[in-house]
Design a protein around this ligand. Sequence first.
Ligand SMILES: Nc1ncnc2c1ncn2[C@@H]1O[C@H](COP(=O)(O)OP(=O)(O)OP(=O)(O)O)[C@@H](O)[C@H]1O
Ligand SMILES: Nc1nc2c(ncn2[C@@H]2O[C@H](COP(=O)(O)O)[C@@H](O)[C@H]2O)c(=O)[nH]1
Length: 317
Amino acid sequence: MRGAPERDRRCPTAALPRRRRRRRAEPPRRPGRRRRVLSAAAGPRSARWYKRPIATGSAGRRPARAASAGQAGRGEPAARSAEPARTRRGRRRPRRGRPSFRELDPHVSYDSASASRAEGGRRSGRAQRLTVLSGPSGVGKSTVVRELRAEHPEVWLSVSATTRAPRPGETDGVEYHFTDDAGFDAMIAAGELLEWAQFAGNRYGTPRAPVEERLRGGRPVLLEIDLQGARQVRETMPEALQVFLAPPSWEELVRRLTGRGTEPPEVVQRRLDTARVELAAEKEFDVTLVNTSVDEVRERLLALIGVRGDAAPGAPA
Ligand SMILES: Nc1ncnc2c1ncn2[C@@H]1O[C@H](COP(=O)(O)OP(=O)(O)OP(=O)(O)O)[C@@H](O)[C@H]1O
Ligand SMILES: Nc1nc2c(ncn2[C@@H]2O[C@H](COP(=O)(O)O)[C@@H](O)[C@H]2O)c(=O)[nH]1
């Protein structure tokens, strides 16, 4: 054992010059945990990934590329103005703090926990099976999921129960299981819901049994749920991959939600108020995908779920 220097027992910093005492007397800081982030290296469809160490708290995302998804004029993510700082050796210096959702580009970033879960799962032959897709109302979750399932019906989407009234064109048992308050209460009381939440004046919940059944059968399962539901699933099923779908900009989110024309103005406003809270919680998720292009997000999501582009479609829906 190396001999420890003898200490002044009354004051551990007494031997230090005065200006260094205060700093040494403070409890030692935890060294900044370094995370590894995988980011798309090249073009939007690239299957190449590079690993880039970043400091804790930084998403380490690539600077946004204007019109990267060929959606010029439709709320492209704001490009970062300055080149990233570099170390003396010319390496990229990690940014301090996470960028806001406005700074993100439509490329995926995910931290070490989810990356190793997803990658490790695949290596061991056990693909990531449960994926939660969340994000503010109107960001495009249903649109992306619809496109994804058109190509890959083997990805099973949970049909939620809700007390919301059906919109024109919605069918009971297809988009939702529509129920009333008493029916919803009964499901809660019977423990039939994996999670549930109150959202913009209605209740929504994920029926537990069908999800568990599909997971047992090895099907990739997708839950399209709000932030409160995502938090509950994080508690009860921490192995689930949590994906946040973000809008390219606030203005674009407003445009999409109002443009959809499914809610009266007061409900749109309510959903937008909630959206601010949801956007602020983006960091809780393993991955953020910015929905600038539905095609790109669909491909990214398929890769994250672990469904290969060459996977045979046509599995039972
Ligand atoms: N990448 C995109 N570019 C432009 N418009 C889009 C994009 N993705 C979705 N939209 C449009 O945005 C609107 C809202 O999409 P969608 O209904 O899928 O949102 P959502 O997140 O499922 O909303 P909610 O949470 O309220 O169910 C739709 O009109 C859809 O066509
Ligand atoms: N916590 C849950 N949230 C859900 C569920 N099903 C849908 N949702 C979310 O509700 C809002 C509003 O949906 P809308 O169809 O009325 O526009 C949206 O964010 C959905 O993701 C659920 O089972 N649990």
